[in-house]
Design a protein around this ligand. Sequence first.
Ligand code: ZN
Length: 202
Amino acid sequence: MKIFCIGRNYSLHAEELGNAIPDTPIIFLKPETSLLRSGTPFYIPSFSNDIHYEAEIVVKICRLGKGISRKFAHRYYKDITIGIDFTARDIQQNLKKKGLPWEISKGFDNSAGLGTWIDINNLNIQDIDFSLEINNILVQNGNTANMLFSVDEIISYISNFYTLKIGDIIFTGTPAGVGKINKGDHLIGKIFDKKLLDIKIK
Ligand code: ZN
């Protein structure tokens, strides 16, 4: 399976990191070994002093496709959840400064925290409220209406370059409010009021 991620998909988050607003989706991938299921602890790795949380809506691909038009993209997913794109911000900034690929800052082991899947049913994918609480304090609160590129646009764009397979997942970008995690933190991710992700930092 492939794990796609979208960078800078909410303008306020792009601004908080001093990044320009992109004119096409920014795509990167994490390997399968980055998956961390809700309920499993996240251990702060020794190679970074600045691991950030990024709460994101994640969609799961449910049919095989390539060159998918935007109009039909909604047929390619039916389950969503909330995930955490753990990022070694110190490593990323360093590599970015040098103009080098920042792969390792995003794709390291356990860097893709994943909540429990829910069926999208009658929900409008572009009107989903989601939030992240750390130690009972709300740190991120987003709505997919504020995405720069909609889920359907993202799927269409990705499928020009990569064949999408059943079980592939897409992290759709984080809203503003990212920050550092610390040992002892307790992360709770919700879609609307439903708790779907629970990860303790060790
Ligand atoms: Zn992200």
